[in-house]
Design a protein around this ligand. Structure first.
Ligand code: 13P
Length: 245
């Protein structure tokens, strides 16, 4: 089970020690099954890498630029630079970045440059509320996955994260039956289209210590991408403990 903490634009040097309790939890044999990944902001990425050295926790970035090389892109960081910090993962296609200009084509370029650096990619996709209402959910997701993976030959390092846009930060989550159906449809599509036997599919959107008991029941899920509830170690640990027994 993956527990990926997306800290978004939160965290500073002081935050680093707040993960001590999670580091300790990861040492316990019982939680070997939990694959914990922290994705803090770029500014503290290397500090997190150092902090989690020789632990079972991995570190990832939240985005990257698509250009493999250095270039005149103010404010950007590419996959190679992320790799050099020691981070092993990168989140791509998050709806908050899609909203500010990341198209499926750009995400595909980012994905390919990340794979060429041997990073694990967490590819996010999901529908907006209006798209769901118009029954376009699957159509939207299909396009996001298809273009996102265009000309990609090796899928081993790709983790899929279904995050309905309307569920992020809203406290709203699909009921289990609908969410399980949605994940199943996504899984079947990925298996058939890309011939990936056991795609790792995560769910993200308002995951918290209260709803995890029910979310964990959903078949086909391999973990969670967690925003605000991952910033507090207590909540994050709660989620992990309730998921692993
Ligand atoms: P929340 O858990 O805060 O809803 O955020 C989800 C998310 O965007 C994770 O990438």
């Amino acid at each position: 089970m993956y527990f990926i903490a997306n800290w978004k634009m939160f965290g500073n040097l002081k935050s680093i020690n707040t993960i001590n309790r999670v580091i300790n939890l990861a040492k316990l044999t019982k939680f070997r099954k939990a694959k914990i990944v922290y994705c803090p902001p770029y500014t503290i990425l290397d500090k997190f890498v150092k902090k989690t050295k020789n632990t079972r926790i991995s570190i990832g970035a939240q985005n990257c630029h698509h250009d493999k090389n250095f270039g005149p892109y103010t404010g950007s960081i590419n996959a190679k630079m992320i790799k050099q910090t020691g981070a092993k993962y990168v989140i791509l296609g998050h709806s908050e970045n899609r909203q500010t200009g990341d198209t499926n084509k750009i995400i595909n370029l980012k994905l390919k440059s990340s794979l060429s650096e041997n990073l694990n990619v967490i590819l996010c996709f999901g529908e907006k509320l209006a798209e769901r209402k118009k029954k376009k959910t699957f159509q939207v997701i299909k396009k996001q996955i298809n273009i996102g993976l265009k000309n990609v030959k090796n899928y081993k390092k790709i983790i899929f994260a279904y995050e309905p846009v309307w569920s992020i930060g809203s406290g709203k989550v699909l009921n289990n039956k609908d969410l399980e159906y949605q994940i199943k449809v996504i899984k079947n599509y990925i298996v058939k289209k890309f011939k990936i036997k056991n795609p790792r599919i995560l769910y993200g959107g308002s995951v918290n210590p209260k709803n995890i008991n029910s979310l964990i029941e959903i078949r086909f899920l391999k973990g969670f991408l967690i925003g605000s509830a991952s910033q507090k170690s207590k909540k994050f640990i709660d989620i992990i403990k309730k998921s692993i027994n």
